[in-house]
Design a binder for this molecule. Structure first.
Ligand code: FES
Length: 88
């Protein structure tokens, strides 16, 4: 039995989401965006000129994130309020 390759997404403080591991990124039509890097940075501030990638515009705009997101504030699936956080 093989194990799924692990993908780790890290919310970088005051910056992008860093995606590491055996990820796949697809466009809105489901076409895979071919990448050779093991780590990519996805824009979280909304100001990148190269979305979905981070182009460091967050630094110029002084983007700030909350210190920590409390688990209790994460959204739950509407029909399963006791379900896993973050699944809508
Ligand atoms: S998070 Fe870096 S440009 Fe948006």
């Amino acid at each position: 039995m093989s194990r799924e390759p692990e993908v780790v997404i890290t919310a970088y403080p005051d910056g992008p989401y860093l995606v590491r591991g055996a990820y796949r990124i697809v466009d809105e039509d489901g076409n895979e965006i071919g990448l050779t890097r093991r780590t990519v940075a996805l824009c979280r501030c909304g100001r990148s000129g190269q979305k979905p990638w981070c182009d460091s515009s967050h630094k110029l705009s002084n983007f700030r994130t909350p210190a920590k997101t409390p688990r209790s504030s994460l959204p739950h699936k509407k029909d399963d309020p006791g379900g896993r956080p973050g699944l809508l």
